[in-house]
Design a protein around this ligand. Sequence first.
Ligand code: TYD
Ligand code: MG
Length: 452
Amino acid sequence: MPKTLSKFTCQNCGYVSPRWTGKCSNCNEWNTFVEEITSSSQKKSSHHLKETANIVSLDKVDVEETERIKTNIEEFDRVLGGGIVPGSVILVGGDPGIGKSTLMMQFAGALKEETVLYITGEESLKQVRLRSERLGMSSMKNIFLLAETNMEIISALLNEHLPRVVVVDSIQTMYYSQMESPAGSVGQVRESTAAFTKFAKNNNIPVFLVGHVTKEGLIAGPKVIEHIVDTVLQFEGDNHYSYRILRAMKNRFGSTNEIGIFEMRDVGLREVKNPSEVFLSERKFGNAGSAVVATIEGTRPILVEVQALVTSTSYNIPQRNATGFDLRRLAMLLAVLEKRVGLKLGTYDVFVNVAGGIRIDEPASDLGIASSIVSSLRDKAIDAQSVAIGEVGLGGEIRTVSQIERRVQEAAKLGFKKIIVPKNNLKELRLSGEVEVIGVEGVETAIKELIN
Ligand code: TYD
Ligand code: MG
């Protein structure tokens, strides 16, 4: 009989079975078994245990910040919290085709002098080389490739050649041959991540793990490793637009507010350093249903055009649709407009779209969305020189928003002349002469200011 090297453990009750079963015979839960490598097959090292088990007093803990590795891709460094922390494990998630491999390749190239080992499990060496040619970086001498998915082989090679940075593209293709379940299964992904994490910590080498996201927006497989890794970055965007946003969902070494904005060109990703100008670039002046909102992403204010289209419905139930904006929030705004402003929207379809494929989740953009809806309904354009900032409450009141000064400054910088803000925010503002800032208390007065 061959020795079993893996076991299946019920994630609900901990019951161990030598083979996979659908239902746990102990707790009766379904689909809870996940394959794990049995500890007897993993080399136990008592030496390692001794080394890590040290009790120290709080005041003796070394707090000296280790120097971060800078990529000089500003958008990337900012999202990481100011560069890569050596020894950290970073999961880069995103839909297939969004540009994760491109981002990783360009990032590797940006490290210039630092040796990067790029482990490719999805594409052949030739495909990677072709991409690098497209990106104009095929002559880079610091990038080393390894086309392999077997974790036993990878582990051995990694410990032999210690690169400065490791990229694994993708974690879902990595597998241990001693495990029965296929690559990409929870067990395989978890064991592989654990191995890369151990390698990262032991050698103080940062490891980037690329992971695919399912349609539901979950990082399939890698979802289970989010708590193991130090940082989770999400690379997102709409396939129909060229803008891509890199967002930190979790970061043990920095803020999770920051975003990096890129544009996918035919020669790779380009940093977008002036996002407002980009998201306003296609605005047509004098169009009814178009408004400009000032949203804050991380520490950066971004002005974005929002559009609404309100048309008589030809269905029994009017349609409500939103792209880049929360549908429930839209329903709430429509209800407020009905009840507090007296608009009859029950026989109209309402569509809301945020330009450029960006997503806005901030309540501060409520007033902009609401006024674009009114503008489209009445077929009257909003003053093109104005920006609307404010959260709309259920009573139709305009509530204060955070970081008002930043938003107003950005709007002024881009030449907007009239800025509608919540009245209670006025006292925080030191006004400069060039822009007219109007404080409003209710959604109705705000709309009167915006639409003549
Ligand atoms: P890719 O990085 O392979 O995506 P992922 O690794 O997330 O699956 O890139 C996907 C798309 O990007 C592909 O459809 C082609 C496009 N692309 C460009 O538009 N310009 C470029 O320079 C590159 C390399 C890719
Ligand atoms: Mg890829």
